[in-house]
Design a protein around this ligand. Structure first.
Ligand code: HEM
Length: 459
């Protein structure tokens, strides 16, 4: 029954509500997605939303079931909503399934904007800032050196590095959260990751989002939803066990902040590293340039985060991968807390706002040749503007892990490119497919790579 219902919704295509289109300074142009399934089952929703922007402008409305969403597609309108009018748009939509995965809205990422949420975010933010100043650098260095050893042990064979990147990113977070790191074969780590991955993938699936837009569907059996409930229970059991070691910290907020750091901090960083290697296979000369820059500036030593201003080619690479593939391409939906406006259009209270970061990063009005990977655009005179780069969102909901992530991206990439150059496996005629698959996190399709040791590397 559920399948038939969903198929019916897919068959009903999106219709544009022309009556609202020309209503300048009224509502933004609008589409009614009577069934949003066509959009949601699209394997790359950000590209689809970006294409719609080319036809209908940088701000338009989508109506899905009983939910109205406004999609923002340029850094200018995204900044207006998230930064300039942050206090109007800092809310999160409350949804049936969101409540289930966030323990009743108690995560920072999905919790709605209120005093309790502000205190919660402040607490975790100050703890992360302390980590950044004190121990984070050495925690990342340790993981980067471990990654180096893992890559050397592959001895030039063709491998898929995505799991190793996940372990490295995850160990940074588990060291911060639990004071514990794992190796790749640890069953505890595998359990934790398969559970977190499942939750993110299931929650992003149309079988689950349909429950938010079409409440009637909740009454029908839904095996995907049952799986989600099982994985959420498993996740909570694993985290409770860890926090039991710190009895006084069993409060729901601490529990959910840990969920935030693990979910927010693992898949994103790992996906970004995987994208970097994939792009470098397409543009091998960029690897050489980064390597040569490090040789000149660092004279053989490993980099520190404080070296970043002296390594513009490496920084340009990091920025360009963040631009091309913002790993949280549609950020996390916001909610208008009160009536407001964006780009002169009226936005009523409770409207859901989708910041299309992918769209903003491919806006032809801002970026020349936006679909081409060109790190050199971020070098002096290259025309790339870091101001228009918004991979971490902005304002009250700016990514909580931005400083952790930036240090990780810099150190992991610098360590990897100092000791290895990456080449495609000999038997593979094709390079990695760079289109990606977008769910909550935008990932590259699996590919294999050979990590060749630089001859100059010290043993
Ligand atoms: C939220 C991007 C890494 C924790 C977000 C958002 C984006 C983002 C776009 C949504 C902002 C919004 O709602 O407007 C990224 C990228 C990363 C990354 C591109 C790495 C390449 C991390 C890390 C952590 C983290 C390492 C944890 C240490 C969070 C949390 C939120 C968040 C907790 C929710 C913030 C809130 O709702 O107030 N991130 N992130 N992220 N991120 Fe990240």
């Amino acid at each position: 029954v559920i399948l038939v219902l969903l198929l019916l919704m897919v068959l009903i295509t999106c219709k544009r509500d022309t009556s609202l289109k020309e209503n300048h300074k009224g509502s933004p142009p609008s589409f009614f997605l009577i069934g949003n399934m066509m959009e949601l089952t699209h394997d790359h929703l950000p590209i689809h939303l970006t294409n719609l922007a080319q036809r209908y402008g940088n701000i338009y409305r989508l109506k899905c079931g009983n939910t109205t969403m406004v999609v923002l597609n340029s850094s200018e309108v995204i900044r207006e909503a998230l930064v300039k009018k942050w206090s109007d748009f800092a809310g999160r939509p409350v949804s049936y399934t969101g409540d289930i995965v966030s323990g009743g809205g108690h995560t920072i990422s999905l919790g709605d904007y209120n005093e309790e949420w502000r205190a919660h975010r402040r607490l975790v933010h100050s703890a992360l800032q302390r980590c950044c100043q004190q121990s984070l650098h050495s925690v990342i260095e340790r993981q980067a050196l471990h990654l180096r050893k893992v890559l050397m042990d592959y001895q030039g064979s063709a491998v898929d590095l995505s799991e190793d990147f996940t372990v490295a990113a995850s160990n940074v977070i588990t060291t911060l959260a639990f004071g514990k790191e794992y190796n790749k074969t640890s069953s505890e780590l595998q359990q934790l990751h398969s559970c977190l991955n499942e939750i993110v993938a299931l929650w992003g699936s149309s079988w689950i989002s349909a429950l938010d837009s079409f409440p009637l569907l909740r009454k029908l059996p839904n095996p995907v939803f049952s799986r989600l409930l099982k994985e959420v229970a498993k996740r909570d059991e694993i985290i409770k066990e860890h926090l039991n070691n710190y009895k006084r910290l069993t409060d729901i907020h601490v529990h959910m902040a840990t969920v935030d750091l693990l979910i927010g901090g693992t898949e994103t960083t790992a996906a970004w590293l995987n994208w970097t290697v994939a792009f470098l296979l397409h543009r091998p000369e960029v690897q050489t340039k980064v390597y040569e820059e490090m040789c000149t500036v660092l004279e053989g030593r490993y980099p520190k985060y404080s070296d970043r201003h002296r390594l513009p080619v490496l920084s340009a690479l990091i920025n360009e991968v963040l631009r091309m593939r913002p790993v949280a391409p549609l950020a996390v939906p916001h909610r208008a807390i009160r009536d407001s406006s964006i780009a002169g259009y009226f936005i009523p209270k409770n409207t859901v706002i989708i910041p299309n970061l992918f769209g903003a990063h491919h806006d032809p009005a801002v970026w020349s040749d936006p679909y081409n990977f060109k790190p050199e655009r971020f070098l002096a005179g290259g025309g790339g503007s870091t101001r228009a780069l918004i991979p971490f969102g902005g304002g009250a909901r700016l990514c909580l892990g931005e400083s952790v992530a930036k240090m990780e991206l810099f150190l992991f990439t610098a360590y990897l490119l100092r000791d290895f150059h990456f080449i495609p496996p000999e038997n593979k005629a094709s390079l990695p497919n760079l289109r990606g698959v977008a769910s909550v996190v935008l990932k590259v399709k699996p590919y294999t790579v050979v990590a060749c040791r630089r001859p100059e590397t010290n043993p």
